[in-house]
Design a protein around this ligand. Structure first.
Ligand code: PEP
Length: 258
């Protein structure tokens, strides 16, 4: 049984004082973390070092929301995954739909960023997902396959530390999560698509769901067999809500998972 993952995407929120209050709230609500569920927070870049300090020896890990596809060089305004690693980050979200929508990121760039992250020793959380229009026109699987194949044009199944996040764009920040049945169908599709490349890797690959997960829908989504955790946006900004979701995930995880 695979270990589970709960990752908070803080987006472009926070400041020194509110980050401190949020992480102290999370630590107080969490108490002793359970090793069956890894807990990760992804603040905005400038606060990475602050969060790395505030989570030291807490069992909570830290990531970022984006990295450059280069490790070093004349790339003004970019942040190398090596820098993230040096400042205490272990994860990076890659290809989030808000970056595709507002920064024009495409599938190829997502693959190159994922590879740079791996080269720097980070775990990429690779986001794939269809728009409402793509779903309505019956193209969900075509889009997911294209995004996945583009990423695996750069990374390899030999890279064992990868997390895949299914994040339908129409569910992100809308308050309308995908139904558990949709989540299961798409996670199963993604796992089968990867199994064509490598069956063992596909069986072990954590596939997490993101898109309006909250306390009221977490249990039903996490009870689906192909769901290995959640990528949480707005609910990650409330310590009690985030840790209640963590507990729901823990409750859905068999005792032997680690
Ligand atoms: C996200 O930003 O990845 C996300 C899932 O946001 P929300 O939970 O707010 O929909």
């Amino acid at each position: 049984m695979n270990k589970k993952w709960l990752i908070g995407n803080w987006k472009m929120h926070g400041n020194l004082a509110s980050n401190k209050a949020l992480i102290e709230g999370i630590r107080a609500e969490l108490g002793q973390p359970d090793e069956r569920v890894a807990l990760v927070v992804c603040p905005a870049f400038p606060y990475l070092f602050q969060l790395a300090e505030l989570t030291r020896d807490s069992g909570i890990e830290v990531g970022v929301q984006n990295v450059s596809d280069h490790l070093q060089g004349a790339y003004t305004g970019e942040t190398s995954p090596l820098m993230v690693k040096e400042l205490g980050g272990s994860f990076t979200i890659i290809g989030h739909s808000e970056r595709r929508q507002y920064q024009g990121e495409n599938d190829g760039l997502m693959g190159r960023k994922a590879l740079a992250a791996i080269d720097a020793g980070l775990i990429p959380v690779i986001c794939v997902g269809e728009t409402a229009e793509e779903r309505d026109s019956g193209r969900t699987h075509e889009v997911l396959a294209r995004q996945l194949d583009a990423a695996f044009g750069y990374i390899r199944t030999a890279h064992d530390k990868i997390i895949l996040a299914y994040e339908p764009r129409w569910a992100i920040g809308t308050g309308i999560a995908a139904t558990p049945e949709i989540v299961q169908t798409e996670h199963e599709f993604l796992r089968q698509r990867i199994a064509i490349r490598d069956k063992d890797f596909a069986a072990k690959l954590p596939i997490i769901y993101g898109g309006s997960v909250k306390v009221s829908n977490a249990t039903s989504i996490f009870s689906m067999p192909d769901v290995d955790g959640g990528l949480i946006g707005s609910a990650a900004l409330n310590a009690r809500e985030f840790i209640t979701i963590y507990r729901e995930l823990l409750n859905s995880t068999p005792a032997e998972a680690a």
